[in-house]
Each structure stands twice: as C-alpha cells, then as structure tokens.
Design a protein around this ligand. Structure first.
Ligand code: ARG
Ligand code: ZN
Length: 846
C-alpha cells in the first residue's frame, strides 16, 4: 500500500493536551493515555496503533464499542456522529518492550528502557494520531523502579519509583521520548543569550562517565553557535542526552531528550578515532539544531522530511566548518555526497529530495533527503547571498514557529524575503537524478566562450527532466598559475547556455564548480597539464582537490581498461609532497586515490562495464608505483607527522595524523608492513592504531595485531565493532567473503545489535572487489544475513539492501547472481514491508 503526497488532508481534530502514564515492565508495560481533542471539521476520528493490546478505551468515560478496536495493528476509526465537539479519549494498553527487537517504539537496550518514535514508532506505544502535523503539549508520568526516569520537557516532580515531566512546547508524537535505567550523568550548565539557565546532562552507563566529556563540550559549543549564527536560543530548563547501545540510526532529536547511538557519544583517545570525534561533534550539533529546525518548526507530513533534515544537515555542516577547517569539511562532504548520493541518484532507488510517494517512510532516510537536501540549501544560499539567506531564515523562524510546514512554505519564505522567483529552482526538490553539466570552450583574440549544456537522465517514474537552475561558481587561472578571474557565479537556467569573458591575455584554464557549487557531474575535456596546473595553483581548495582527484581517476580508469595511466598524477603529486607540511590535511586528501567504488561509478556513467578485479589491480598497482616514485618524500613526511605531545582531537592534530596515515598506506606497499607494525605497537591513540591495523590486514600480516587488539578491547563493544569492520573491509578481495563468514560464526557476532551487524556486513559491502566477487559469494552472504535479520529488525535490514543498488552496472554473470540473491529475499515468507519495498524497487530498476 503506497502513500501519496497528493492524498494529504488536514487532520480534523486538534489536541489540547496529551497525558501519558507508564507503568514500566519488560514484558508487560501498561500505558494509560488521556488525550483532550477538539473538533475542527465534522469528520471521523482516526487513530494509529501497532502491536497494542487494548485493555480499555473510552470517550469522556463512555466505553468505545470493542467492535471498533482493531486486535493489534491498524486504524481505530470512531465515527464523527459519536463524538462531541470536545472530548477526552482515555485508553489503557499493554505492550511488550522486551519482544521489541525492531527497536521502534518502546524497547529495551541492555536492561534499560528507551524509545525511538520517528517516523511512526509512537503507534507502537498507544493509540494516537501518529502524524507530524498533530502537535500537542505532553505531560508524562513514569512509574518504574529504575533509578533514572526521563521524558521530554521540564521535570515537574521526581521521587523513588516515579517521575513527572511536562513539555509545554506543542510537538508531534514522533518527538516523544522516554528513558528509564541505571544511568549516570556528567553535568554542566549553559546560560542562553537571554539569560535562561539550562541544566545539561549526558547520561551513560555507570563507568562510562569518563568517555562522555567530549559530547558535553560539543553540546555547549552547539548551543553557543546556534545563538551566534542563527540567533536561536534553547527553550527549556534542561537538556538531556542519553547514550544507548542498541539504536537503528545515529541519533534522535526528541524534544529536550536527545537519544544517541552510544558510538556517537562515547570517546577517549584510546578508543575513538579523529573521524569518530568529528562525527560526535557534528551529530551532537545536528540533533541540537533540530530543536529549531525540526521541533519548533516541524514537517506537515513525511514527504517533507528534507525540510528538517536537509536544513539541519546544512546547519551541522556550517557548524563543523566553523569549529574545524572549512575547506577540509567541504571536501569531505563532497566526497560523501558523490560516493553515496550520486550512486543512489543513478540507480533504481533514485528519488527526489521531496518524494511524492512511498510504501515505508523509514526507507527514505537517505543520502538524497539528507545530503542532497543540504546541497539544495547551499545552492539557495549562493543564489540569494549571505544576507538574503539570513533574512529568509529570520522570516522562516518568525512566520512558522509552532507550525508543521512544507517545502512550499520554505520556498515562499525565500521568495518573500528576497523578491526572487524560485519556481524553477523548486525542481531541485521535486526532480530526482544528478544533472550532467558539460562544458566546451572556444578561444580567440583574448575572448573565452564557455558553452554549457545540462542533461539529467530519466529516473524511475520521471522520464523527462526539464532544465534546472544551476549556480556555477568558477574562476580563471592563467597559464603561469595566476588567478585572472576571481570566483564568479554564473546562473544557468537553460538546457544550453553560453557565457563569455574577454580582455584576457593568454588562454586561461577554467577552475569549474568552485566550492562544489552544485550537485552535478561534470563532463569536459581537459589535458593532464591543465589538471596539474589547477592542482598546483587553484585558489579554491575544492576545485584544486578535484583537479588532482580527476587526474588520478583518469589514470585509474585507463589502467582498469588495460591501458597506461597515472604517470601524470604521480608527476603532479611531487610538488604537493614538497609543500605538504604547509597544509597536511589538504595533502592527505589529495594523496588518497579515488576508491574502487568511485572508479566503478565513473566508468559506468561513461557507459563502460566496470570489472571489479581489474579496478582493484589498477589501484593497487598505481599505489605501488607512486610509493616507489616518491618513497623518500613519503618517508620523510611520515616521520615529520609523528605525534608529539598528548592527543588532542582537534582539526590540527587530525590533519597531521591523516597525512601520516596516507603516507603509511603507500609505504606499507614497500616495507611489507614494518612501519605499520611499529606504529600499531607504539601508538597511544585509536586513530593511528586502527590506521596501522588496516595496513597490516591489507599486507596480510595481521594475525598478532588482531589478537592483541582483541585481548585489549574485548570488553568494549564500540571498539570491537571496529575490529569486526576493518577485517572484511581491508582483506584482499579474494579472501573478504571467507573472512566475513568466519567472523559471522563467532559467538561475539551479536548480530541483533545494529552496530555490530553493520560493522561486519557493511565492512564487506564496502570492499568493492570483495563484495562483487565473480562467483556471487558476496551477494549470497549478504542475502543470507538480510533474510536472517529481517524478522528481527526490518529497518536495519532494509537500509542495507542498498548494497545491491548498483548491480545493473556490472557484467551479465554478476548481475544474474545478484538478481538471484535478491529474488531469494523477495520470496521469503513474511518479509517486512521495509525490505520488500527495497528489494522490489531494486529488482524493478535492475
Ligand atoms: N531524525 C533523526 C536524525 O536525523 C533520524 C531518525 C531516523 N529514524 C528512523 N527510524 N528512520 O537526526
Ligand atoms: Zn536529523
């Protein structure tokens, strides 16, 4: 049963207050609800419920006929004729948190009660209009012998066995949360810009307190930043964050009570990498920023998900650039977007940032909704300017505070604030697919003409793609490396459009798509010399990195097709290595060769069938050649980047470590892993230990190191997840599936824990040549595990189906094997709606 955007109708009742009372019990929790409704339109009252055992249900004290109440799942419909204008609906239901392995609604994680209600989890707790446009203040009473009892809003009273919470800010049910467990807090305070004193707590298991400090610091930085950058202030007396071990996603922005996957809270130098620290800071910020973009202003329906997610990702990206290095952050974001979102947009799962239909909304928490949703806002900001953006956002908060909104509301705010017509721009929200921007140049007498064309290939359900507004930021670099034109933004609105620049002395090289000004792919002819010129001299970090990256990519693709390639990249990188110490993070980014997946994607986009083994060999060979050519410089840099002094998880320290590890990856091809072994033994931080371990696995010299790592971290789930992940990821292609099988057979492969499951399975699917083994063993392994997990946890199963989204680009043999694996899943009796939708879409498009 498909849901359509065009079917949305306003809810015919409003809720004045929702009162909930929980008697927590692992197997039989009782939820009593009292909901004060007021009629807005003479229509039936429709409530959602799933897995509920209804003990009683009444309206103003009058029992509702049992014949109206579905046994467990479905819609409870009370005819309008039976309802007064205002009434209180009272229900008592029984639920079973311990049986809730799907981790949706109220469930247990390591003996602690917690909830996840976005998107439609609240219906697993009680009968309710479980849709985001029905908002209400909540009063919650929790009865339990657990020592810490938390819910949304401000604490009203608390005594052993009972706590009362009140959230005065009207919210939809998906923002409801409850936590009860044996927890310890690290606490701090924050005074908002208008003087409100807020108590801050990060709640963790006893013993984990020393690992929660960075999360707390990140929260304080987030609160300060949102005041300074957006004028947004916190609005309750307390802000609680709780870390839980079993969680389907990263984290959740429940009002005043954010719940986090523990991997995004807990960190020490010995157990977390630089990447982990950066993600913790970014996600703490993300969830906090949702308080305004998501909670105070929420979504009218789930088709509008990118209204809150795209904007909040955009805001967390800005936050991270301000806290760390803006150019490094931008290049990282471009890398993720291209690796994950471009891949999604090019395959059977392509959908617009605002989809107009779905079967299971949880399948739409995607790179397109999140990351492309953020890119679209970046384009808007570029088009209207910083000041226009600020005006539009002020108007958005002003006009829509307390409302459940749409993308139309968002666009209108920008039109009203800036006077710009954004009708055509809106296509970025409604059309799927990545536009391909091609450029040809004409040069004569100091005049450069740039002829652009845009084309977007059809995507499922959208055969025709009209032209979009594409902001093209570019500069011109003269033949001697001087910038002859600083960054200029061209606005492309037609299918084909030309722009000219005259009065130029000598023919310059175009530095295109500076700052990655639009999420498009680029097709243009460039010589290796021109790419090398940009890599050496471009003033824009993104375009400069891109030039080197493309140079390497061209060489790798040539090699993967049996030709020569890569020599120009090896030559061009010499200058970069000489100068690497001036910007170690940038040098590291340039040194890391394009991944095998990206090589395959690029080949497929050019109409070539990628051979995973040939790609793997090409990349391995180029690494060895580069290492041999630059051995001295790499070894010198490796030594120069050695950590001095205590570990600090900041941008500068991370930059040094990233360059050191980039050098190590090359040097390990020559020294057989000697340096990696020494680093593994001596490093005191997880960044270098994990980096060294990965090289030892790649070098086939991992036995001792893996054993030591395991002995040391056996008790630490999060660190052991890394151990499970890096082995299938870094194993030689021919051994990856076997390694994954061995690991999956271990008693500590606790596959019901989403982090552990993802670590092992995504470790394998991220090993391009390993997963796409020609005998289909990777596909079968994945299918077997998805079929095992689906009855337990449909959400996590469905998400991981996307490993199959690229199958149609490979040869007929691989395609047939992947399709057979998918068909096996599709044929499984009782397959969840989540997984069924994913498999059907992939098979339809493959
Ligand atoms: N709103 C959360 C975030 O992005 C994600 C929750 C997604 N949960 C889900 N079950 N799909 O911060
Ligand atoms: Zn979010």
């Amino acid at each position: 049963d498909t849901q359509y955007l065009s079917d949305w109708r306003p809810y015919p009742y409003e809720i004045l207050e929702t009162r909930l009372e929980f008697r927590l019990d692992p197997r039989a929790t009782i939820v009593r609800s009292q909901i004060d409704f007021r009629r807005l339109a003479p229509e039936d009252l429709v409530l959602d419920g799933a897995g509920l055992k209804t003990l009683s249900l009444s309206i103003d004290g009058q029992a509702v006929s049992p014949s109206l109440i579905p046994q467990t799942d479905g819609k409870l419909i009370i005819p309008a004729a039976q309802l007064p204008d205002s009434f209180t609906l009272e229900a008592e239901v029984q639920i079973d948190p311990e049986a809730n392995t799907a981790l949706e609604g109220l469930y247990l994680s390591g003996g602690m009660f917690c909830t996840q209600c976005e998107a439609e989890g609240f219906r697993h707790i009680t009968w309710y209009p479980d849709r985001p446009d029905v908002m209400a203040p909540f009063r919650v009473t929790v009865h339990s012998d657990q020592p810490v009892l938390l819910s949304n809003g401000n604490p009203v009273s608390s005594q052993p066995g009972q706590a009362v919470w009140h959230d005065p800010w009207p919210k939809p049910a998906y923002l409801f949360a409850l936590v009860a467990g044996d927890l310890r807090a690290i606490s701090d305070r924050f005074t908002t810009m208008s003087g409100r004193d807020v108590a801050l707590n990060v709640w963790v298991r006893p013993g984990d307190e020393p690992r929660a400090g960075y999360a707390m610091e990140s929260l304080i930085r987030s609160m300060k930043w949102d005041e300074e950058a957006y004028g947004r202030e916190y609005d309750l007396d307390v802000f609680n964050i709780v870390a839980v071990d079993d969680f389907n996603m990263g984290a959740m922005e429940n009002k005043g009570l954010n719940i986090f996957n523990s991997k995004l809270v807990l960190a020490t130098a010995e157990t977390a990498t630089d990447g982990d620290y950066e993600r913790i800071e970014g996600v703490i910020g993300h969830e906090y920023f949702h308080n305004w973009t998501g909670n105070r202003i929420t979504c009218r329906d789930w088709f509008q998900l990118c209204l809150k997610e795209g904007l909040t990702v955009f805001r967390d990206q800005q936050f991270t650039s301000d806290m760390r290095s803006a150019s490094v952050k931008r290049i990282h974001d471009v890398q993720t977007l291209r690796a994950r979102q471009f891949r999604e947009d090019a395959g059977p799962l392509a959908h617009p940032p605002r989809p107009d239909h779905y079967q299971e909304i949880n399948n739409f928490y995607t790179a397109t909704v999140y990351e492309k949703g953020a890119e679209v806002i970046g384009m808007l900001k570029r088009l209207v300017g910083d000041e226009g953006y600020r005006k539009a956002l002020d108007l958005y908060f002003d006009r829509h505070d307390g409302q459940a909104c749409t993308i139309e509301d968002w666009i209108t705010v920008f039109q009203d604030a800036t006077g710009r017509d954004l009708t055509q721009f809106k296509r970025w929200y409604t059309d799927a697919g990545t536009p391909r921007l091609s450029l040809t140049e004409e040069w004569s007498d100091g005049k450069l003409v740039l002829n652009f064309r845009q084309h977007t290939a059809p995507t499922p359900g959208q055969p025709d793609k009209p032209a979009r507004v594409i902001p093209i930021a570019l500069g011109l670099i003269g033949p001697n490396g001087d910038e002859v034109l600083p960054t200029t933004v061209l606005e492309m609105t037609e299918t084909a459009q030309s722009f000219s620049f005259d009065g130029l002395g000598a023919r310059p090289v175009v530095s295109l798509l500076r700052g990655f000004s639009a999420p498009v792919t680029v097709a243009r002819e460039m010589t290796a010399d021109e790419q090398a010129l940009l890599l050496a001299h471009d003033t824009d970090a993104c375009a400069r990195w891109q030039a080197g990256h493309d140079l390497a990519l061209d060489g790798l693709i040539a090699r993967a097709q049996g030709q020569e390639g890569g020599a120009e990249f090896i030559r061009a990188i010499a200058g970069l290595l000489d100068d690497a110490e001036s910007d170690p993070a940038f040098a590291a980014l340039c040194l890391v060769l394009p991944g095998e997946e990206e090589i395959a994607t690029t080949m497929a986009a050019a109409g070539v069938t990628p051979d995973p083994d040939a790609i793997n060999r090409a990349r391995t060979a180029l690494m060895l050649e580069l290492a041999t050519a630059h051995q001295t410089a790499l070894a010198r840099l490796y030594d120069a980047m050695e950590s001095k002094g205590p570990y600090v998880p900041d941008a500068e320290g991370a930059a040094h470590r990233s360059l050191r590890l980039a050098c190590l990856a090359y040097l390990s091809r020559l020294d057989g892993g000697d340096r990696a072994e020494a680093l593994f033994a001596s490093a005191t931080n997880m960044t270098e230990r994990q980096g060294a371990l990965e090289q030892l696995i790649a070098a086939g010299r991992d036995k001792d190191a893996l054993a030591r790592f395991e002995a040391e971290f056996r008790q630490n789930r999060l660190v052991m997840d890394k151990w499970f992940m890096v082995q299938p990821l870094r194993a030689a292609a021919g051994q990856a599936v076997a390694r994954a099988r061995e690991l999956a057979a271990r008693p500590d492969f606790d596959w019901k824990n989403p982090n552990r499951f993802r670590a092992l399975i995504a470790g394998l699917t991220s090993n391009h040549a390993g997963f796409h083994a020609a005998d289909g063993s990777g596909y079968d392994f994945l299918a077997d595990w998805l079929m095992k997990l689906d009855p337990v946890n449909p959400q996590t199963t469905a998400r991981m189906c996307s490993a199959f989204e690229t199958i149609s680009r490979y040869d007929a043999g691989r395609q047939a094997k992947a399709r057979a694996a998918l068909q096996r899943i599709a044929a499984m009796p009782g397959l969840s709606r989540n997984t069924s939708e994913m498999v059907t879409r992939i098979l339809a498009g493959a």
